[in-house]
Every structure is written in C-alpha cells, then in structure tokens.
Design a protein around this ligand. Structure first.
Ligand code: I3S
Length: 117
C-alpha cells in the first residue's frame, strides 16, 4: 500500500558508514509500509503483478530507521535526513515547506509502524 508518493530531491550522504560525495537528483519517491523506493520518473513506479514494485532505481529499508530535519548538512532549505540501521544516510529535500513536512510526518508514522524482523 502506498502511504505517500511524489517528486523529491535526494542524495546519499553516508553509505555503509562512509561519507559520500553529494549527488542531488530529483526522482519520483514512493513510501510503502517498510520501504522508500526511488524511481527515475512516475512511469517507472507503475506496479503490476509481474513487477509489484515497478522498476525502482534504488530503495531504502525503513525498519528501525530514523528521520528528522537535517541541521547544518546542506545549504538547501527544507532538508530531511533519513538514517537507516545499515549505516545509510540520505538527505531528502523539497522547495515547499508544507510538502516536506507532510513527507516527514508520513515517514515518521511509517517507521513507527514498520515491523523490525
Ligand atoms: O556538503 P557540501 O560540500 O557543502 O555539498 C555540496 C557539494 O557536494 C557540491 O558538489 P561538489 O563539491 O562536488 O561540487 C554540490 O553540488 C552541492 O549541492 C552540495 O551542497 P548542498 O548544500 O547543496 O547540499
């Protein structure tokens, strides 16, 4: 079930504990019960029986993750930082404050509900 979807800018910040060079890109992002999925565009997110998640470029496991406003991590406004249990840290950004607030709330609620296996 899709909890939220829309366009966001995002970049990796840390992967497997190692700081990454930022590469901000705008992608179509889909929030599911346990995962955040990133697609080149909305067309790639069409879910079918044979491809239940469509064709994501990348994904992020939300179980046990943490999300909050990113302070001092970017010169951009309205930036969130998502940290996963596997040492992945992502920045998510949208120009519109109310849109990014909705993403923050939706991801927080989803993380709280996500089952840790
Ligand atoms: O954390 P930084 O170094 O301020 O991040 C900026 C750089 O990664 C920059 O890339 P290069 O140093 O490869 O030219 C990006 O283009 C910027 O977008 C990064 O800063 P912001 O503040 O936009 O996250």
């Amino acid at each position: 079930m899709i909890e939220r979807q829309g366009r966001l800018y995002w970049t990796k910040l840390v992967e497997a504990g190692k700081k990454q060079r930022k590469n901000w890109i705008q992608q179509w992002v889909v929030l599911l019960a346990n995962n955040l999925l990133f697609y080149k565009d909305q067309k790639q997110a069409v879910m079918t029986k044979s491809m239940p998640h469509g064709k994501p470029d990348s994904s992020c496991d939300l179980r046990g993750a943490e999300i909050d406003w990113a302070r001092d991590k970017s010169s951009k406004k309205n930036v969130l930082e998502l940290k996963t249990v596997r040492g992945l840290s992502l920045l998510l950004q949208h120009e519109d404050i109310s849109t990014i607030q909705k993403w923050l709330t939706a991801i927080k609620v989803t993380i709280q509900r996500a089952v840790i296996c």
